[in-house]
Write a protein that binds this ligand. Structure first.
Ligand code: AMP
Length: 496
């Protein structure tokens, strides 16, 4: 039976039950449960007073520091959603997110610890109101096809529906799990480990970008972490599998791998079972967009499933939701037929922040419940959902969601560029990198390498590094389709 109490009460109780247990570890720093709850209570009171006259969320700009968790919880305890912004996002885009979200306050980890150092303990005093029911809990900004990031609003009820399911499906040990936190907090995959851990009295073990960029440090961190529940993109696990020592000897306490965000290749799942299965670790594939709170389908990938299916299914629908496949008119197709995946249920977001028109194009109501058209091709067979790619220009590179239109819009504003088409470079069925085909607005000044480096530099001021095209191709003009559009298919042929 899921716990019916307020999510924040489910979190706060661990400060009483296990005050000295680590709630978060990151770069050698440890934040205990007692500290997390006391600090977020004190900071919430401060926010309530400081922002009394101001509307809007609290934006939190940092990386994997413990103060991030303190600030997230403080915001919702003070009745406001938070907007997590990772340091990998360049300043120009941060400015758009802050402006687009109407943030009442932007906090960095340094500011949080500075403020905390001057605050008295809350000692039972509470802010005027906390986040309840359909109030926004967090807003996550994702790539938007027009070049502007769009904010997905997730309410307390959305998050509670997801967490209830997660905790019913996996029998997490109470005050006994260590969750791996690989994704930055600005990506919704991190919500699975963050709230899985916070509501069960777990320890969130964050891996920082420095550790991710140095494999020796990374394996050391993983080995020391005591991780019991692994949450990551399949790409990250694939990268770890390159290391022969990545097996149950490195993570002896591991009970499960939870994957989401991109295709889980059968080879990855079977290698993980080979290396960790005998020690009791399960492998799970889960699927869903940010707009429906992390994931809405899941399936355990065992040897039987691997023998039966390739590609793997993305899972069975979460109880209380419906994951259906529809045709162009919105009618459900016959079992086994291809169509668009639509999610209907309590985990579906109310929409994009301050973008009613965009919201109306993909969100709606079906059978009395909120619904979201995912833009994913799929099929339903024997109760399982199969993902079959995107209907539009959205791609996943190493698990990161990128709209090709976002990149094109941000490249087109550079004065050197007259026109541009960005295409995915595929390898073994997955997008390995992005390539930009560019028509320059003037003569090319320098070698391809020099001009590419200059454009990458300029684009890097507007977009995070993971979004940048790896390769640039310079053309005098694009090949055209009969109706006068750049012929993307012909351009794609050049990528081999
Ligand atoms: P995001 O909002 O970043 O979580 O991205 C959501 C999109 O990622 C979905 O609409 C799918 O296109 C893709 N996706 C999520 N989970 C999976 C999965 N398990 N397998 C394949 N694609 C996935």
């Amino acid at each position: 039976m899921p716990d019916s109490s307020h999510l924040l009460d489910r979190i706060d109780r661990w400060a009483i039950e296990c005050p000295t247990r680590p709630a978060h570890t990151s770069e050698g720093r440890v934040l205990t449960w007692g500290e997390l709850v006391a600090q977020s209570d004190a900071l919430a009171l401060w926010m309530d007073e400081k922002l009394a006259e101001k509307q809007g969320p609290v934006a939190v700009h940092g990386h994997k520091q413990p103060e991030m968790l303190v600030a997230f919880l403080a915001a919702v305890k003070a009745g406001r959603p938070y907007v997590p912004m990772d340091v990998s996002i360049p300043e120009q885009r941060i400015a758009k997110i802050v402006e687009g979200s109407g943030a009442a306050l932007v906090l960095t980890p340094g500011e949080v610890s500075e403020v905390l150092s001057q605050l008295p303990p809350a000692e039972g005093r509470k802010p005027r109101r906390r986040v309840e029911g359909s109030d926004p809990f967090y807003v996550l900004f994702t790539s938007g096809s027009t070049g502007e990031p769009k904010g997905v609003v997730i309410t307390l009820s959305n998050l509670t529906a997801f967490v209830d399911w997660l905790c019913t499906e996996h029998l997490f040990k109470r005050a006994g799990e260590v969750f791996l936190n690989q994704a930055p907090f600005s990506f919704d995959l991190s919500v699975m480990d963050l709230y899985g851990s916070l509501t069960t009295g777990g320890t969130l073990a964050s891996v920082t970008k420095e550790e991710l960029s140095n494999l020796k440090l990374l394996y050391q961190r993983l080995g020391d972490s005591g991780v019991t529940t692994w949450v990551s993109t399949p790409s990250f696990a694939q990268m770890c599998l390159i290391e022969k020592g990545f097996h149950s000897g490195m993570l002896p306490n591991l009970s499960r791998f939870l994957f989401c965000g991109e295709t889980l290749a059968p080879e990855t799942a079977s290698q993980l079972l080979e290396r960790f299965g005998a020690a009791g670790a399960e492998v799970w594939n889960t699927y869903g967009p940010t707009e429906a709170t992390v994931a809405t389908t899941s399936v355990r990938v065992d040897h039987a499933l691997l023998t039966q299916y390739s590609p793997l299914p993305v899972g069975y629908e979460m109880p209380g939701t419906r994951v259906i496949v529809v045709d162009e008119s919105g009618a459900e197709v016959q079992e086994g037929e291809r169509g668009e995946i639509v999610i209907v249920g309590p985990n579906v977001s109310p929409g994009y922040l301050k973008k009613p028109e965009l919201t109306a194009t993909v969100f709606g109501v079906r059978e009395g419940q909120p619904s979201y058209r995912t833009g994913d091709w799929g099929r339903a067979k024997a109760g399982l959902i199969f993902f079959e790619g995107r209907m539009d220009g959205q791609v996943k590179v190493n698990g990161y969601r990128i709209e090709l239109g976002d990149l094109e819009a941000n490249l087109r504003v550079l004065p050197e560029i007259a026109d541009v088409v960005v295409l995915p470079v595929q390898k073994q069925g997955r997008v390995e990198s992005l390539a930009a085909f560019v028509v320059l607005s003037g003569p090319k000044e320098g070698s391809d390498f020099e001009v590419s480096a200059k454009l990458k530099g300029a684009l890097g001021e507007r977009l995070p590094a993971y979004m940048l095209p790896r390769k640039f191709f310079f053309l005098d003009a694009f090949p055209m389709t009969p109706n006068g559009k750049a012929d993307r298919r012909k351009l794609a042929e050049r990528l081999g």
